[in-house]
Design a protein around this ligand. Structure first.
Ligand SMILES: Cc1cc2nc3c(=O)[nH]c(=O)nc-3n(C[C@H](O)[C@H](O)[C@H](O)COP(=O)(O)O)c2cc1C
Length: 232
């Protein structure tokens, strides 16, 4: 009888141990936080310190003074200027999203072209492609706010490339609406990517926003001075 009781107690102990271990493994597999990339440190950990960064932007300056920044006599679109500051301070590669059919540069005609895109749910075609897109870990994506949304050519862009496993960093310029819902839209279009905190700057302050952009890059762990200024 004593033997039976000892055997039974052993069995109960074994069952308890099996339960405890299986409970542990379930907890581990249920920790999605471990796969979220939030800082450059996390990224460097995952990529052995070699984080490859790309800045992709769309910018369509028109004939109004508040739609561009003038640097050394050269006119840059507001978002284009922001993209250059980001590129210079992250040592990134850069790609401009250009439409195959150029947008009008006269303001009212541009407004009408953008409204037409919304009406027809257009996917304007992009000129050229990004070489070796798969090799990038972090992709900054910049655009002006158009009609409380991204310009529709950005939808073409997000639908043309595979963002699985990448970290997206949105940035934009605007005339008062900030990001609107565009960050949420990007997250919906790229369900297998993660996202760092984006930056939105008004066209009224973009010309003097260089330090603000640098501070933001620093705060998300992406600041990396190359020492080779682009002369901005
Ligand atoms: C077609 C069009 C639609 C716009 N719609 C909005 C808008 O809904 N909300 C907003 O804040 N700004 C809006 N803007 C202003 C732009 O977002 C702003 O001027 C931006 O800085 C332009 O950037 P870019 O020079 O890089 O193209 C619109 C501008 C254009 C041309």
């Amino acid at each position: 009888m004593k033997k039976v009781i000892t055997l039974l107690m052993g069995l109960v102990l074994m069952l308890a141990l099996i339960f405890a271990f299986s409970a542990c493994s379930v907890t581990n597999t249920e920790l999605p936080e471990s796969s979220l990339q939030n800082t450059q440190d996390d990224l460097e950990h995952q990529t052995n310190g070699d984080v490859k960064t790309l800045v992709v932007y769309f910018s369509a300056p028109d004939n109004l003074d508040n739609s561009y920044v003038e640097i050394d006599g050269e006119r840059l679109g507001n978002t284009q200027y922001m993209a250059y500051v980001i590129q210079e301070n992250t040592a990134a590669d850069i790609f401009r999203i250009s439409p195959q059919n150029p947008y009008p540069t006269e303001h009212d005609a541009l407004l009408e072209a953008a409204r037409e895109e919304v009406r027809t749910n257009a996917r304007p075609e992009i000129e050229g492609t990004i070489e070796d897109f798969d090799s990038y870990d972090v992709v900054f994506v910049g655009y002006p706010n158009w009609n409380g949304d991204m310009p529709y050519i950005l939808y073409t862009f997000f639908e043309s490339y595979d963002f699985s496993g990448k970290t997206i960093v949105p940035f934009n310029t605007h005339g008062g609406s900030g990001f609107s819902r565009t960050q949420e839209t990007i997250a919906e279009l790229t369900p297998d990517a993660s996202m760092l905190e984006g930056k939105s700057i008004s066209r009224n302050s973009i010309e003097s926003a260089e330090q603000e952009i640098i501070d933001w890059l620093n705060s998300i762990g992406m600041l990396k001075k190359t020492g080779e200024g682009q002369g901005l």
